[in-house]
Design a protein around this ligand. Structure first.
Ligand SMILES: Nc1ncnc2c1ncn2[C@@H]1O[C@H](COP(=O)(O)OP(=O)(O)O)[C@@H](O)[C@H]1O
Ligand SMILES: [Mg+2]
Length: 221
């Protein structure tokens, strides 16, 4: 089967400092992958390379499906309501307001936050805003969704709800996901496979099925 996304031996330097040291990854339909690694090991950099936002210095990325990324610090426009914020990427692409609004409402419903459509970001919780950022990425109808630390700064109840909503994107919508975290529990109930990254310059040091990961193994990485 043709892979949706392949990254081969990705190397990235920032100002002469090597951050990624030959990281590879292959994604198939409905794959769900966790990228686990310590702070500053290069997770965000790697996701941006997968998304085509930045170029690697060496290695190649082959994309056979559309990709959207949810950034860790995705911002909402304060003076626009939630549905306007979610529709914004489509509007920037020149989609008509009525069509963009219809698609945005559909994605808000999918994330179970349609009832907040007409509220301003300042009236909404961090969990709802994170779901809105996911809804916004979904308006691009990606085959692959990249989620950078989606649970950072989110309370436990929202974390559980975001997890099950994102999981259903894989199981019900057939979207593949790649999720980064430096906290292994974030991956449980969300992804099937975890790639362990080393400290920078990052390499993939181990790949495990989530069910094979036990806590005391992690201390050794
Ligand atoms: N645009 C940039 N210019 C220079 N250094 C950067 C840039 N982006 C990230 N870095 C550095 O690269 C390293 C990896 O960063 P990042 O990919 O954000 O790691 P992670 O997401 O795993 O925390 C860090 O040391 C960070 O400070
Ligand atoms: Mg990061």
């Amino acid at each position: 089967m043709e892979k949706l996304l392949v990254a081969r031996d990705i190397v990235k330097f920032y100002g002469g400092v090597k951050v990624l040291d030959g990281v590879s990854l292959a994604i198939e339909d409905r794959d769900s992958i966790g990228l686990f690694g310590p702070n500053a090991c290069g997770k965000t950099t790697f996701l941006k390379i997968l998304a085509g936002i930045i170029e690697p210095d060496r290695g190649e990325v082959v994309r056979n499906g559309s990709i959207a990324m949810v950034f860790q610090d995705d911002k909402m426009v304060p003076w626009m309501d939630l549905v306007g914020n979610v529709a914004i990427l489509l509007r920037l692409k020149g989609v008509s307001k009525s069509k963009a609004t219809k698609i945005a409402l559909e994605k808000l419903r999918m994330l179970d936050i349609e009832r907040f459509s007409n509220m301003k970001p300042s009236q909404l919780s961090g969990g709802t805003l994170r779901k809105a950022a996911i809804a916004r990425a979904l308006t691009l109808e990606p085959k692959i969704l990249l989620l950078d630390e989606p649970f950072t700064g989110i309370d436990e109840a929202s974390r559980r709800s975001i997890k099950s909503l994102v999981r259903s994107l894989v199981t019900d919508q057939g979207i593949s996901i790649i999720v980064t975290s430096h906290y292994i529990d974030d991956f449980r109930g969300l992804v099937d496979k975890v790639l362990f990254m080393s400290r920078a310059p990052a390499r993939v040091i181990r790949v495990e099925h989530i069910s094979n990961i036990v806590e005391d193994q992690i201390k050794n990485t």
